[in-house]
Design a protein around this ligand. Structure first.
Ligand SMILES: Cc1cc2nc3c(=O)[nH]c(=O)nc-3n(C[C@H](O)[C@H](O)[C@H](O)COP(=O)(O)O)c2cc1C
Length: 383
């Protein structure tokens, strides 16, 4: 199918009507996959499960949700990484996976404070493995009741924070006050930087776009994403993780054979070309960037980077600012080496400083909904 024909189909609501009409639209929401967003908090009476029910809503790479929680009691647990859920092609040292676990730990801590519990978190109680994650726990979690513990105002934004991949509104500048709040919201163990204009903004737009294009031109790296795409409601409900391509519109395209894993992987296809256009539109509409660096990159630094990212993302949500990580240039596979060098030369200038997260910022024209999650019950084991 050529691009013009594809666009004609895309531009026509007839495709949805042909696929079953309004009733079809109404039934395409993957309700079970989104249920953890409704279940958070209210369905759990003990403080551990209650805090964890929010923590599993944390951002994490490719929505792999690589967490397993061993619950020992209502106030004690251990966090493990699910080694079946790594991303070997794009995240060869599992650095990003650990950042996602750091996001979960910060959300756990914020949600515990909301209930009057201080979260005592000990990282890597049996040591850490830098090159390859292993079976040892990521963290030991204890909840300690504390009278007068101040709740964290960021808690109010846990359910409205979502990664937004749409183009942002290029008419709306991000003011310095908003950027300053992002820089100030995290602990000092991870540094937060921002830009909202000028040459640096333009350079980062093109760099993140070019790095993302390089990724989808690298078959092994891109195939890892394609394998994790869930196309349509049935696939999303069966595997509420990975990259979901849902909604009546995309599902209709898939029914018509326009959108498939094969077409997404084929550089000659319309889907691939449209993907390139979407990458360009997203990156070039960035109205700012936020980044997080650490000194060195041991596992603890990666956890701290994740905790900082979580706080930045919640603060952005508080200011109704949208965010999307643009991680490709930070990744450690050979095709990324030139982008990795450029972005580190630009944003991590101190000796030993390591860039851990880079995300574009802007005001979106529309809110996006939540991403699927596995239910908490499927991610815990009791001992
Ligand atoms: C370490 C890390 C890297 C990520 N990199 C990207 C990325 O390069 N592009 C992107 O669109 N989202 C990226 N994300 C966002 C995840 O895809 C997102 O958190 C996940 O799909 C769940 O969706 P949610 O954040 O809306 O809950 C990243 C998240 C983390 C924690």
């Amino acid at each position: 199918m050529n691009r013009r024909k594809f666009l004609k189909i895309v531009g026509s609501s007839a495709v949805i009507v042909a696929a079953g009409g309004i009733g079809f639209v109404a039934t395409r929401t993957p309700s079970d996959a989104l249920e953890p967003w409704n279940a958070a908090g209210s369905q759990y009476s003990d403080p551990m499960r209650r805090a964890l029910s929010y923590a599993i809503l944390a951002p994490n790479p490719h929505n792999r949700q690589p967490w397993i929680i061993d619950i020992k009691s209502d106030t004690e647990a251990e966090l493990y990484c699910d080694l079946e859920r790594l991303l070997p092609a794009t995240d060869p040292f599992s650095r990003q996976i650990v950042i996602g676990l750091g996001c979960l730990l910060e959300l756990f801590s914020i949600s515990a404070a909301e209930q009057g519990y201080m979260a005592d978190i000990r990282y890597f109680p049996h040591g850490e493995n830098h090159d390859r994650l292993d079976q040892r726990p990521i963290a030991q979690l204890s909840l300690v009741k504390q009278d007068g513990l101040a709740p964290d105002p960021l808690f109010a934004h846990v359910l409205t924070r979502h990664t937004n991949r749409d183009p942002f509104d290029t008419e709306r500048i991000i003011d310095d006050g908003v950027l300053g709040r992002l820089r100030g919201v995290a602990a000092i163990s991870a540094l937060v930087g921002t830009t909202g204009d000028g040459k640096q903004l333009n350079d980062l737009r093109t760099l993140t776009r070019d790095a993302m294009v390089a990724e989808i031109m690298t078959p092994e790296a891109y195939q890892e994403s394609i394998d994790l795409m869930r196309i349509g409601r049935a696939e999303i409900e069966a595997n509420p993780d990975g990259i979901s391509l849902g909604g009546a519109f995309l599902e209709s395209l898939s029914i018509f054979g326009v959108l498939s894993r094969e077409s997404l992987a084929d550089p000659a296809s319309s889907s691939f070309q449209i993907g390139l256009d979407m990458i360009d539109a997203g990156a070039m509409s960035a109205m700012g960037f936020v980044w997080i660096t650490t000194q060195g990159s041991d596992r603890t630094a990666q956890i701290e980077a994740g905790r900082a990212y979580m706080r930045v993302a919640l603060q952005a949500a508080a200011d109704r600012l949208s965010m999307q990580p643009m991680s490709q240039a930070l990744q450690e596979y050979v095709e990324m080496a030139p982008y990795y060098k450029t972005v580190h030369d630009e944003l991590a200038k101190q000796p030993g400083e390591r860039l851990q997260m880079l995300a574009r910022l802007g005001f979106a024209k529309e809110d996006v909904g939540p991403a699927p999650r596995w239910a908490l019950e499927t991610r815990i084991r009791e001992s």
